[in-house]
Design a protein around this ligand. Structure first.
Ligand SMILES: Cc1ncc(COP(=O)(O)O)c(C=O)c1O
Length: 413
């Protein structure tokens, strides 16, 4: 089976129908029992003894949910954050041990980070060039503090003239890292404390293509070549730079292989806790879908079809059908090719659905990605069994949404 199994999907849909009976739709829900199951799966994927797991805040974007996951296992520690303002916001909410994985490029971002360090926060800021360092150095000296930094090492795989991986850091070998480390040493406001080395082409690509039961041989080849390359590059860099307290790698899809690298002190994961549909199809990760949005059936134009209100929540990344949400419960629903998930309305083909959907009924759908769901809603309803146990504000609601840059009060017109 290529899809994660849904036990008794009709009963599950009935359960959501009960949970959401008095809710305004559309809304976003998180099934805490499934989150807890996924936490156990991710924990088991990490070698033991092995590195700790750092949570990717961008894949959750909801402080209460982050706190819940951190409480599940003593090996889950710290956050990998996505922007300077979001990092500061999380610090102000009480989170510590923050590793900003994407470099600051504006003075105000550097000031946010220096402010955290000056207030005693445990923080690492990512750099990949001298200009990043100089920006942080100036802000740190201004704030009378020293900012710990991590060098971002590129782990993309050159294969048949292709660049397989992300285009982020120009640091690809020990010589480049050493030159940057020397530059960091010349600055009194920064100190080198870590390495970020993320093998995106292993961590972020499922082993099976959606709809296929078999492993994808090309992806397999890319992963088989990338895993030893990542291990070699990390080791070469650390041999040149000397040991560093934090060496971060991986993501949900590479917990096991990254965790086996003896150079690595921590592995990042975020998406796996919620299992959005792009995270189906990883070998050895029997994750359960845990986050959904619910749309209300609002009309019926033809027999065998219903139309729901809302739903056009496409995910970022290379445009394509896989970025679209997936109708999930009740089972058997399909989108209509000419419309897909619409800006205001989403028609669904119900001919293979075993229940007769009525006006106002909820349809549960899965987003393609984990964190972006939280950018569509002000709260996530955290659910256990048939009970909403918490209405958890998202970072968007707290005014620190997707880019994290919005710290000003929200203006209501
Ligand atoms: C630096 C870094 N580490 C780890 C991850 C993996 O996070 P997730 O487990 O949510 O896929 C990402 C995702 O893009 C990333 O950018």
């Amino acid at each position: 089976m290529n899809e994660p199994s849904v036990d008794k999907p009709l009963e599950q849909w009935q359960r959501w129908r009960t949970v959401l009976a008095a809710e305004r739709l559309p809304c976003a829900v998180v099934d805490l029992d499934a989150v807890d199951h996924n936490a156990r799966v991710l924990r088991a994927a990490l070698p033991s003894p092995g590195p700790r797991l750092r949570l990717a805040s961008k894949s959750l974007r909801c402080p209460a949910l982050i706190s819940h996951i951190l409480s599940l296992d003593p090996g889950f520690q710290g956050l990998l954050t996505m922007s300077a303002a979001e990092t500061r916001a999380l610090f102000e909410l009480g989170f510590d041990d923050l590793f900003l994985a994407y470099p600051a490029s504006r003075p105000e971002e550097a000031t946010d980070l220096a402010d955290i360090a000056a207030r005693g926060g445990k923080l690492l800021a990512t750099v990949d060039c001298a200009a990043h360092v100089d920006l942080l150095d100036a802000a740190a000296r201004e704030a009378g503090t020293v900012l710990p930094v991590a060098i971002d090492l590129d782990l993309s795989l050159p294969l048949l003239g292709q660049h397989l991986g992300v285009r982020r850091s120009p640091i690809r070998d020990a010589a480049a890292a050493l030159a940057l480390a020397r530059h960091i040493e010349t600055r009194s406001g920064t100190v080198l404390r870590g390495l970020l080395a993320y093998e995106a082409q292993v961590a972020g690509i499922p082993d099976r293509v959606r709809g296929g039961a078999l492993l994808d041989p090309v992806r397999g080849l890319i992963k088989r070549r990338s895993i030893p390359l990542a291990r070699r590059r990390r080791a070469e860099l650390l041999a040149a730079l000397g040991p560093l307290p934090i060496v971060n790698g991986g993501g949900t899809g590479s917990l096991h292989s990254t965790g086996l690298d003896p150079s690595v002190s921590e592995v990042t994961a975020g998406s796996g806790f919620l299992c959005p549909h792009l995270f189906d199809g990883y070998e050895g990760l029997p994750l359960r879908p845990a986050a959904f949005f619910a749309l209300a059936v609002c009309r019926q134009s033809d027999r065998g079809f219903v139309t729901c209100y809302g739903g056009g929540y496409a995910a970022s990344g290379p445009g394509g059908a896989d970025r679209s949400p997936l109708p999930w419960l009740p089972p058997g629903l399909k989108t209509v090719d000419l419309e897909g998930f619409g800006e205001v309305q989403t028609p669904l083909d119900t001919r293979a659905c075993p229940v007769e959907l009525e006006l106002g009924d909820p349809v549960l759908c899965r987003h393609a990605k984990a964190g972006e769901l939280a950018d569509r809603f002000d709260e996530l309803l955290l659910v256990r069994g048939e009970r909403i146990v918490q209405r958890a504000p998202t970072l968007r609601a707290l005014g620190r949404g997707a880019e994290g840059g919005l710290l000003a009060p929200r203006v209501l017109i």
